[in-house]
Design a protein around this ligand. Structure first.
Ligand code: NAD
Length: 297
C-alpha cells in the first residue's frame, strides 16, 4: 500500500481520493476548500496544509484540478509540490488540461529531476463514486505499471495511450467527439419534435443505426478502414438526404449549424470526384485535405 498526496477535492477528486482510501492507501489531501478537506478527513484521510505538505513523504501525488494554470501553480508555485516532492515519487496529473500545458509541465519536471505522467479520466462523477472511471494513461511503460494499483482503485478500465502526452490528447479527442455529438444530436431531436414526430419512436429507430451507434464500430471498419470505398451507400445519396433534412429544418425554422457544416464536408468530398464512392469516403477526403497521406485510392 502506498502513501499518496491528493490535491483537488471537487466533484471528481473527492470520490477518487475516497476510493484510494478504501483501497487501503494512506492518503493526505489538500484543497483550498476546507469543507472538502474535512469531509475526507472524516473518512480516513489526513489533512495537508499546502500542496507542498501533501507531497511531503508521499510516493505518489495526484492532482485533479479545473485547469492547467492551477495545475502549474500547485506543482511549481510557492509552497508547490516540487518544494518537497521526493525524486523517487511519481506525480500523476488526472485533470483535463491543454495538451501543450501537459507537455510543458512534464518537460519542466523532468529537467528538475522529477517523474510526472498524465492520466485524465473519462465518464462522470457518478462513475468516480463507483470506482468505474476510464483512465487514459500517458507516460512511460514503467510509470503506467507503477500507477496501476492506484488506477485500479479509481477506475475499472485503464488504457495505456502509448507515451507521455498521449493520454491527454486521447482525452481531448474523446471529449471533442462526444461534446460535438451532443450538439448534433440536439439538432436531430429538435427537428424531430418540430416536424411532429414522437421522440421515443425516433430514438427507437436511431438506436439501431449509425445515427445512434456512431461510425467507428458500424460503417468504417468494413469500408474506409478496410481500404474499400466501393459504395454500399453513396456519397451522392448521403448528400441528397442531408439536403432534404436541412430543407425540412428550414421550413420549420430549426437552426441546424452542425448539419450545415456537415453538408460542406459532403460537398468537398463530391467536388473531389468521390460522389459515387461509399459515404465513408468523407473520412478519406478529410484526411487528404488535411495533408495526410492517402490510404485508399
Ligand atoms: P470541481 O470544480 O468540482 O473541483 C475542483 C476542485 O479543485 C475544487 O474542490 C477546488 O476547490 C479545487 N481547487 C481549485 N484551486 C485549487 C488550488 N489552487 N489548490 C487546491 N485545490 C484547488 O471540478 P471536477 O468536476 O472535480 O473536475 C476536475 C477535473 O476533472 C477537471 O479538469 C475536469 O475537466 C475533469 N473531469 C471532470 C469530469 C466531470 O464529470 N466532472 C469528468 C472527467 C474529467
Amino acid at each position: 500500500m502506498s502513501t499518496i498526496g491528493f490535491i483537488g477535492l471537487g466533484q471528481m477528486g473527492t470520490p477518487m481520493a475516497l476510493n484510494l482510501i478504501k483501497g487501503g492507501h494512506s492518503v493526505k489531501v489538500f484543497d483550498i476548500n476546507q469543507d472538502a478537506v474535512q469531509q475526507l478527513v472524516e473518512q480516513g484521510a489526513s489533512a495537508a496544509t499546502s500542496p507542498a505538505d501533501a507531497a511531503l513523504d508521499s510516493e505518489f501525488v495526484v492532482t485533479m484540478l479545473p485547469n492547467g494554470t492551477l495545475v502549474k501553480n500547485v506543482i511549481l508555485g510557492e509552497n508547490g509540490v516540487t518544494t518537497t516532492l521526493d525524486k523517487n515519487a511519481l506525480l500523476i496529473d488526472m485533470s483535463t488540461i491543454h495538451p501543450l500545458e501537459t507537455d510543458s509541465l512534464i518537460k519542466q519536471m523532468s529537467e528538475l529531476g522529477f517523474s510526472m505522467m498524465e492520466a485524465p479520466v473519462g465518464r462522470t462523477s457518478e462513475h468516480a463514486v463507483r470506482g468505474e472511471l476510464l483512465i487514459m494513461a500517458g507516460g512511460t511503460k514503467e510509470q503506467v505499471e507503477r500507477a496501476k494499483p492506484l488506477f485500479a482503485c479509481m477506475g475499472n478500465e485503464t488504457v495505456d495511450c502509448g507515451g507521455a502526452g498521449k493520454g491527454i490528447r486521447v482525452k481531448i479527442i474523446n471529449n471533442y467527439m462526444s461534446i460535438a455529438l451532443n450538439a448534433l444530436s440536439a439538432e436531430a431531436a429538435t427537428l424531430s419534435e418540430a416536424i411532429g414526430l414522437d421522440w421515443e419512436t425516433s430514438m427507437q429507430v436511431m438506436s439501431g443505426t449509425p445515427a445512434g451507434k456512431g461510425h467507428f464500430t458500424t460503417t468504417w471498419p468494413g469500408k474506409v478502414l478496410a481500404g474499400d470505398l466501393s459504395p454500399v451507400f453513396m456519397v451522392d445519396l448521403a448528400h441528397k438526404d442531408l439536403g432534404i433534412a436541412l430543407d425540412l429544418a428550414n421550413q420549420v425554422n430549426v437552426p441546424m449549424p452542425c448539419g450545415a457544416a456537415a453538408r460542406e464536408m459532403y460537398n468537398l468530398t463530391r467536388a473531389a470526384g468521390r460522389g459515387r464512392q461509399d459515404w465513408t469516403a468523407v473520412l478519406e477526403q478529410l484526411r487528404v485535405s488535411s495533408g495526410l497521406a492517402p490510404k485508399v485510392s
